[in-house]
Design a binder for this molecule. Structure first.
Ligand SMILES: Nc1ncnc2c1ncn2[C@@H]1O[C@H](COP(=O)(O)OP(=O)(O)OP(=O)(O)O)[C@@H](O)[C@H]1O
Ligand SMILES: [Mg+2]
Length: 259
């Protein structure tokens, strides 16, 4: 059974129909890539899965049970964790504190409880090591890490706190080649840990490196839905770039022959 199954899901914002006719499954131990141009509906799709905006059409099943999330908390309680592109980290706080942000270990009862600092440091260090993430010092401010490392810490955190579905919203969009590689590596590590990963991207090359399953959105609809073994990188790139549109553009941009 798929962790998440969408059938004919749609979403309208008032008169704007941002998404319609989306049927999509997220399976454990697989990476589902959602591709599409600006405004195609990628963020809307993950907002439905992560409980930020409820869908207005169709069915959303989680572990086979039909649900309409009314808050991100509800999605999180079902093990659906989302790492947003603009990570909600506190740059001056240590790596381990960010790792536990909002879920700190305490001894005794709130409000007099003390933080179990040593234990949190140890666990954060251990969890990052398990994922193969090299951070010099668990006490360094998270703002001193590279973008790729910060994304990776967020992935390790979701895994540690028991996520079963991990949604990554354009995790490589702002990164260079090397840092993107780092993030792709941890995306694969989360997959190998058995999570169902939803990977949002503009970049067919990144998608093809980690994806088992590709969905291309265009103007709110599913334009393509293919398993990896049924599509080549070339075809995926062509689908994404809108091959015909590019040909037309190339024609338009051609220099006039000098007379
Ligand atoms: N809160 C909202 N209210 C009204 N319309 C919205 C809202 N959010 C998104 N839309 C519209 O829904 C459509 C899909 O937007 P969405 O943000 O899902 O696209 P996207 O694929 O994530 O694009 P990008 O790559 O630019 O992030 C767009 O036409 C957008 O204008
Ligand atoms: Mg978006």
């Amino acid at each position: 059974m798929n962790l998440i199954q969408m059938t004919d899901v749609g979403k309208s914002y008032g008169p704007v129909r941002a998404l319609h006719g989306i049927s999509l499954g997220v399976a454990a131990g697989e990476v589902t890539c959602v591709l599409g141009d600006n405004g195609a509906g990628k963020s809307t799709l993950i907002k439905i899965m992560s409980g930020l905006h409820p869908h207005t059409e169709g069915q959303l099943l989680v572990d086979g049970e039909e649900l309409v999330f009314s808050s991100p908390r509800e999605a999180l309680d079902r093990g659906i964790a989302t790492v947003y592109q603009d990570l909600a980290v506190v740059p001056l706080m240590e790596v381990w504190r960010n790792f536990f942000l909002g879920a700190e270990l305490r001894s005794g009862r709130y409000p007099l409880a003390g933080l179990r600092i040593r234990e949190m440091r140890r666990i954060a260090e251990e969890e990052l090591r398990k994922m193969g993430i090299a951070v010099h010092d668990i006490n360094q401010p998270i703002g001193t890490l590279s973008g790729g490392q910060r994304q990776s810490v967020a992935i390790a955190r979701a895994v540690y706190f028991g996520a079963r579905v991990l949604i990554l919203d354009e995790p490589t969009a702002a990164l260079g080649v090397k840092q993107s590689g780092v993030v792709l590596k941890y995306t694969a590590a989360a997959r190998d840990a058995g999570l169902g990963v939803v990977f949002i991207t503009h970049n067919p090359h990144h998608a093809y490196l980690v994806g088992d399953h590709f969905v291309v959105l265009k103007r709110g609809r599913m334009h393509l839905d293919s398993r990896r073994d049924a599509i080549t990188l070339n075809d995926l790139t062509q689908e994404m770039a809108g091959g015909d549109e590019l040909d037309a553009l190339a024609h338009e941009l051609r220099r006039e022959d000098p007379a």
